[in-house]
Design a protein around this ligand. Structure first.
Ligand SMILES: *Cc1c(COP(=O)(O)O)cnc(C)c1O
Length: 353
């Protein structure tokens, strides 16, 4: 389907002349830099951070592009993937006029970002087994709908969305379809990045916060048609990825194999955790997971949650989310952490008898 980002973007964003930073106008590495009012003597503290970072992270995008099999023009970097979520809404949704469509239960930031921007939120629940119903999604689209957010593997349910259903949404909706792949490293399914040439309305989100173990650095990725990437670059804060983060990501990307090793270990522990939860009579359902967490259903989620917290084991209570009655979301920890969790759950259920 033909998608023209310039026809969907808010007109004043299209017309906007972005801030041009000192480091945009002169990009050479060598020189006497008297253009940015930096401190020429160095930095306070043990490390040198006196120069502004590359606003477009060129070197990093080369590395990421090689790893993901896309050109740098298809890559946007954000301060966490929460930043592109917000920027997409700001670029494409007129406050008090347009809407985004989400499929609860799902990641909370789509709704929060929309509400911060005074953009309506249209909600189409997943099926009770957490699968995606493209027919119901497309039927709920109105002329106001600008972006559909899908999450696969989904948070908090852990399941992948069927590719055929995602494709029907991509084909049936003329606006932007965002597929959030924060947990893609934990599945053996391919990323939607490879579908970008077929779907110019597709945006794929990934993050360094989960499998890469770099949540504190705040780095997320959006992959999309260059026309969409240009619009995001136009409205982002100029130096949204700081120099320390850029340097540490460059090192991490050179060691992608250790991410793979950690993923394998987490997946093994996930299976151990699931096998250990299964025989516990108080655990009513363990939902299948393609992520680094497991959603379980129990009879008294609030009491179990509080009991665990009292033993300093912190899980996520999702029982108030639609379709998630009784559900707690448990991140896969280390072997020792999972053992402590299981011991505490056993004590809780033991006390009830
Ligand atoms: C954790 C998570 C994110 C990542 O957020 P960052 O801002 O990159 O840390 C994005 N989407 C989903 C579904 C998540 O669970």
């Amino acid at each position: 389907m033909a998608f023209d980002a310039n026809q969907w973007v808010r007109p004043h964003i299209l017309a906007l002349a972005p801030y041009s930073s000192a480091r945009d106008e002169y990009t050479g590495k060598e020189g006497i830099f008297l253009d940015a009012n930096e401190n020429p003597l160095g930095s306070v503290g043990p490390n040198t951070h006196n120069r502004y970072p590359d606003p477009y992270q060129h070197a990093l995008k080369e590395q990421i592009g090689r790893l993901k099999g896309v050109s740098p023009a298809h890559i946007f970097m954000g301060n966490g993937s929460d930043e592109p979520i917000d920027l997409l809404i700001r670029a494409f949704c007129e406050p008090r006029e347009h809407a985004v469509l989400i499929t609860p239960p799902t990641y909370g930031m789509y709704k929060v970002s929309a509400q911060i921007n005074a953009v309506q939120v249209q909600e189409v629940l997943l099926n009770p087994d957490f699968t995606l119903d493209s027919g119901r999604v497309l039927a709920a689209v109105t002329p106001q709908t600008r972006i559909i957010f899908l999450c696969s593997p989904n948070n908090p349910t852990g399941n992948l969305m069927a590719a055929t259903e995602v494709e029907k949404v991509l084909e049936g909706f003329p606006g932007l379809v965002v597929v959030d792949e924060a947990y893609i490293d934990f599945t053996d399914q391919p990323s939607w990045i490879s579908a970008l040439p077929r779907y110019p309305n597709l945006v794929v989100l990934q993050t360094f916060s989960k499998a890469w173990g770099l949540a504190a650095l705040r780095a997320g990725l959006a992959f999309a048609d260059p026309s969409i990437i240009r619009l995001l670059n136009k409205i982002k804060p100029p130096y949204n990825i700081n120099a320390a983060t850029q340097a540490m990501l460059a090192e991490a990307l050179a060691h992608a194999n250790s991410k793979e090793r950690m993923v394998q270990e987490i997946l093994q522990e996930r299976e151990v955790l699931i096998a250990s939860l299964k025989p516990l009579p108080g655990v009513q359902v363990i939902y299948p997971s393609d992520a680094n967490f497991v959603l379980i259903k129990v009879a008294e989620p609030d009491r179990l949650y509080a009991f665990l917290a009292g033993r300093k084991v912190v899980v996520r209570n999702r029982s108030s989310q639609p379709l998630c009655e009784g559900c707690l979301r448990i991140t896969v920890g280390t072997k020792a952490e999972n053992t402590a969790l299981l011991e505490a759950i056993k004590v809780f259920f033991g006390h009830q008898q």
